[in-house]
Design a protein around this ligand. Structure first.
Ligand code: BDR
Ligand code: CA
Length: 312
């Protein structure tokens, strides 16, 4: 199994990423940490706890992290995720609380508590917590197996023409994470815009027939509507579980090595992930971009995870 720490800002697709990580037998979820992003830290933390409650996730520590980016002002995505950050379904009150530890400390402790090269960090929000962890305890950089993040894109943006939301909200943090020296897999918009939840996917999810599957169906109703109205998509791209899917099976989400840096000072391009696709990647290149999705097998993973979760 793959040990992961999920650092998220739920968020409709973050919630589905959490369900996939919990339901898939190949993932061992060591900790869940939250970061400001789609909504304020308080809201996304409560959402994470509510999702854990409805999915029966127990024995995993949840910790709240940064409530603002390193340098910039808070900028949430209420247009896509609503006022709560998880608008649409009715959420159960959390059955448990976050631990007292700060997310950054929990990330560091978790990495140090396991054998070197065994813990994968999976950020699906802004990179504030991950950057802070790399600064607070630089020794984790060599110890982490990989950072498999949802964010960025080789040739596409959503927050701006060239910048993706998770990178755009904290580009300084993203620059730290991409340049730290650990292995980074960027699961960006080139990949996640292929992970569309079309009618067939929706039917397969509904057919699972459990409470958590109904919850995902209701999440996707809301997400589909905002993605249609705000971004002009016929079906919503379900970004964040793609990062978890890469950890589960890299043949479902295929990544290719290429140098990638983050623009922090552009006049029109701040938050852009600048990927160098000229020729083959240099030897020892530690950054990768996910480009190819096996759509059918990806959604099979999600549906199988929902089936495994059942009705807790
Ligand atoms: C990313 O931004 C957030 O709104 C989603 O949860 C996802 O992580 C997509 O750009
Ligand atoms: Ca997210």
């Amino acid at each position: 199994t793959e040990k992961i720490v999920l650092d998220c800002d739920p968020g409709h697709d973050d919630a589905i990423a959490l369900l996939l990580a919990h339901g898939d037998p190949r993932i061992e979820l060591l900790a869940v940490t939250t970061v400001v992003g789609n909504q304020t830290l308080d809201k996304v933390t409560r959402n994470a706890l509510s999702v854990a409650t409805l999915a029966g996730i127990t024995g995993v520590p949840f910790a709240a992290g940064a409530d603002r980016p390193l340098v910039r002002e808070v900028a949430v995505a209420a247009d896509i995720h609503g006022e709560s950050g998880l608008d649409g379904p009715e959420l159960p009150a959390p059955a448990f609380a976050a631990v007292d530890t700060h997310a950054v400390d929990l990330i560091v402790e978790t990495v140090l508590a396991h054998e070197p090269g065994t813990v994968t960090l999976v950020p699906t929000g802004g990179l504030t917590n991950i950057a802070l962890a790399a600064r607070r305890a630089p020794e984790i950089v060599d110890r982490v197996k990989r950072v498999v993040l949802m964010g960025g894109g080789v040739a596409v943006g959503n927050r701006t023409p060239v910048a993706e939301f998770n990178i755009a909200i904290d580009p300084e943090a993203a620059a730290i994470v991409f340049e730290a020296g650990w292995e980074v897999v960027m699961v960006g918009l080139d990949l996640t815009h292929q992970a569309l939840a079309g009618p067939e996917v929706r039917r397969a999810i509904r057919a699972v027939g459990t409470g958590p599957a109904r919850f995902v169906d209701e999440l996707l109703d809301f997400f589909a509507a905002t993605y249609r109205d705000v971004q002009g998509f016929d079906a919503p791209p379900v970004h964040d579980p793609c990062a978890v899917a890469h950890v589960i099976d890299p043949t479902i989400v295929r990544a290719f090595p290429m140098p990638i840096v983050v623009e922090t000072a552009g006049r029109h391009t701040t938050g852009m992930t600048v990927a160098d696709r000229r020729g083959p990647a240099p030897a020892g290149c530690r950054t990768h971009a996910a480009l190819e999705l096996d759509h059918a097998r990806f959604w099979e993973l999600v549906v199988d995870a929902l089936r495994a979760i059942g009705d807790p």
